[in-house]
Structure formats: C-alpha cells, structure tokens
Design a protein around this ligand. Structure first.
Ligand code: PEP
Length: 254
C-alpha cells in the first residue's frame, strides 16, 4: 500500500514571514489527515523559519533544488548537506530548472544520488513538453528520463524516491492531462520503466505523483486512479484553503 503524498511547490513565492504565516494556518487544516503525507517545498531562505514552525508537526518540509556536491566553489548553490535538519525532501529536475537553468538528465541523476546519500527524499520530475506530446513521443521521452534519473541507483535506494510525472504543457496553464492519460503515463510508462530496471515488486513500492494544474476540483478524480499516488502542486499550493482541501479530498479518496 503506497501512502499518498501531496507536495506543494511554492516556487519563487513567499518571504520567510509569509511562509510561517501560511504554515501556521495550514497546521490545523491538514493534521487531521495523517493518512496523507503532506509536504511544503519552500524557497531556501524560508526553510529555517518553516522548519521551526513545523517542528514536531507531521507536515514535511522540502527544498526545491540542491547541488550534488557537499561543498565547494559553486557560487549561489546550496548542498544537500546544508539542507539536513531543515528539509526532508528535495524537488529534483523540475521542468522550470531544466528549461531556465539548463539542468540535464546527468545533473538530475547526480542530485538524486547526493540527496539519497544525505537521507533526503528526492521528488524527481519528468515530463514531456507540448511539441513532444503532439509528436506522439511522450512515452519514449518520459521512460528515457526515468532511466537516466535512476542510473546507478540501487533497488533499495529507489524505493525511497518519489517520481512526479509533470507534462510541461499542463504546468501553470490550467490544462490538466485527463486522469486516464495521467494514470497511463504514471503506470505503464513511469512504473513500467521502473519495473524493467528493478522488477515489479520494487516498482510497485515507488510512489508516483501527477503534477500540472492539479487543484481541489480535479484531485479527487486523479487520486482515484490506481497508479497515481499523489500530486506535486504549484499554483493551488499557495492558498491554504485550496491546498488543505486537496489533502482532505485525497484522504477521503484513498
Ligand atoms: C509545478 O510547478 O510542479 C506544478 C505542477 O505547477 P501547477 O500546479 O501550478 O501547474
């Protein structure tokens, strides 16, 4: 049984003070649903304040990126070693990082290895853009990203990774993949690639989220799908009411 995981990706939003105000309001709304793993992925500068506000509260804290090295001459970067104690999760390879910051499959793979080495849970993003989707190459593209991301990662480590299937054309656009299509890519394509690498038992243990304009109106339908184990949520995660409603609906759906 895979525990559903909803992670809010705040992107470059919320000052430390706004972040604390947000999570204080969120606590009473989502803690009644311990059957859902709820995570907020805050900007780096807000992590200390958010981690302090959520101390002893069962809401996870995540970062949105990290470097693969422990330390060194990488101006402006933050290492997984520095995140320990502040975050339990790290989003890796989000399409905005791949698009605007030239992240490659190779870098994503190194970052996954580094976060795992430091006991952090990587939330690894894969997904096709509109051109790839319209060219009918979604399946080979996404399975190729999964293979590249997991290269050299052991079966035991893989069990602790979360994969987010995020069709890029659905991110922040208000367009969502239908729940059937999202389920097919999460199941046949992402889990299928994981099964080819690690075998069916390990693939069945790995959680796969959908991401792309998920909100309180469509989350019930998405979460009712057998291969969708949660969501990575951008816009709707910035509003306490919408995010909390998504946690409640997920709890009621599973
Ligand atoms: C995201 O940024 O990962 C995302 C899914 O954004 P949105 O929910 O706004 O589409």
């Amino acid at each position: 049984m895979r525990k559903p995981i909803l992670a809010g990706n705040w992107k470059m939003n919320k000052t430390p003070a706004e972040a604390v105000e947000f999570v204080r309001a969120l606590i009473p709304l989502v803690t009644p649903y311990p059957q859902v793993e709820t995570v907020v992925c805050a900007p780096f500068v807000a992590l200390p304040a958010v981690a302090a506000a959520l101390k002893d509260v069962p809401i996870g804290v995540g970062a949105q990126n990290c470097h693969w090295a422990d330390n060194g001459a990488y101006t402006g970067e933050v290492s997984p070693a520095m995140l320990k104690g502040l975050a339990g999760y790290v989003i890796i390879g989000h399409s905005e990082r791949r698009q605007y910051f030239a992240e490659t499959d190779e870098g994503v793979n190194k970052k996954i290895k580094a976060t795992l080495a430091h006991g952090l849970v990587p939330i690894v993003c894969v997904g096709e853009d509109l051109t790839q989707n319209e060219a009918g190459i979604t399946e080979p593209w996404v399975s190729g990203q999964v293979r590249a991301a997991f290269a050299g990662i052991s079966a035991d480590q893989a069990r602790g990774v979360v994969v987010a299937y995020e069709p890029i054309w659905a991110i922040g656009t208000g367009k969502t993949a239908t729940s059937e299509v999202a389920n097919r890519i999460c199941g046949a394509v992402v889990r299928g690639a994981l099964a080819e690498i690690y075998g069916e038992e390990v693939a069945q243990a790995i959680r796969i989220q959908y991401g792309g304009s998920a909100n309180e109106k469509n989350i019930g339908e998405l979460m009712a799908m057998p291969d969708i184990d949660g969501a990575l949520i951008g816009g709707a995660s910035l509003k306490t009411d919408a995010f909390a409603a998504m946690v409640r609906i997920t709890a009621e759906t599973n």
